[in-house]
Design a protein around this ligand. Sequence first.
Ligand code: NAX
Length: 328
Amino acid sequence: MKTPVRVAVTGAAGQIGYSLLFRIASGEMLGKDQPVILQMLELPMEKAQAALKGVMMELEDCAFPLLAGMVGTDDPMVAFKDADVALLVGAMPRGPGMERKDLLLKNAEIFTVQGKAINAVASRDIKVLVVGNPANTNAYIAMKSAPDINPGNFTAMLRLDHNRALSQLAIKAGVDVAGIEKLVVWGNHSPTMYPDYRFATVAGGSLKDRIGDESWNRDTFIPKVGKRGAAIIEARGLSSAASAANAAIDHIRDWSLGTNGKWATMGIPSDGSYGIPKDVIYGFPVVCKDGKYEIVQGLEIDEYSRSMMDKTLAELEEERAGVAHLLG
Ligand code: NAX
């Protein structure tokens, strides 16, 4: 029997948490032979803690063979203790009349505290995925608050955008979603992101050539992927949850177990590749192997792509400037 992996999940009683925890415990994230210990963090409020207790009761009732233990807490120092993986899902939602700037600052407080706790008590090799919005900037804050952990261990979730783009492309081209490779979503997890299928292949041929229609790319595909979250809210009355949890599972599974040479999109601290300033948490194409990711290099960036990549970068730079004073 393998040693259990400690997985911390914040916002564990929220709607993404409810879709996520059961799949982690069933082995879908780290493998069907990998026991896990779930370390769940929720707000101290009575309602949140009661809901967390209910979720833990349901986890118990599943009798998952791979669930080697559970901790429910309102203390980040307990939740992140020796954690090997952390999924930072809980965040302050945008309330009525709340300015974007205030939302950034409120979340900056949360992710500073959590980054510091990770720095103090988590495994030195922890893999952190930030899902809570604004995900890229929250990941940046957590990374900067954890100076003793390799900055590359902090990532943000662009995978839902990647998966949304994959499905739209498969529908348009009339091909199987599983057959599409070499897709990337550049930039911020926000409507400014740039889903880019110029390099994508299907059955060894160019997907772009197969689709042809360049106006569909600019006028339909890019806006549709960018506004998909809002369309789900409109239709469901609630934000994406099961698909977000699924993307989080995909992100950590690929990072931990590898992509077999295939590309995935991860929000990671830039190393300067493609002219993106160092440390900005930006969606890049990556290949994962042996628990590590590497940016796919050498892709040609045409004029239109450059302008799209710069636009989403400008938004990230603005978010970063808005919280800079908190990071010393
Ligand atoms: P919910 O409001 O259903 O759940 C959030 C949970 O987090 C609540 O139970 C709350 O009590 C808890 N929480 C808040 N602050 C906390 C803190 N400091 N410590 C621990 N727990 C805390 O939201 P849900 O639908 O689950 O979404 C969670 C986050 O994911 C939101 O910020 C949302 O915007 C973001 N999303 C990010 C996506 C992405 O692709 N990166 C897509 C889906 C989603 O919109």
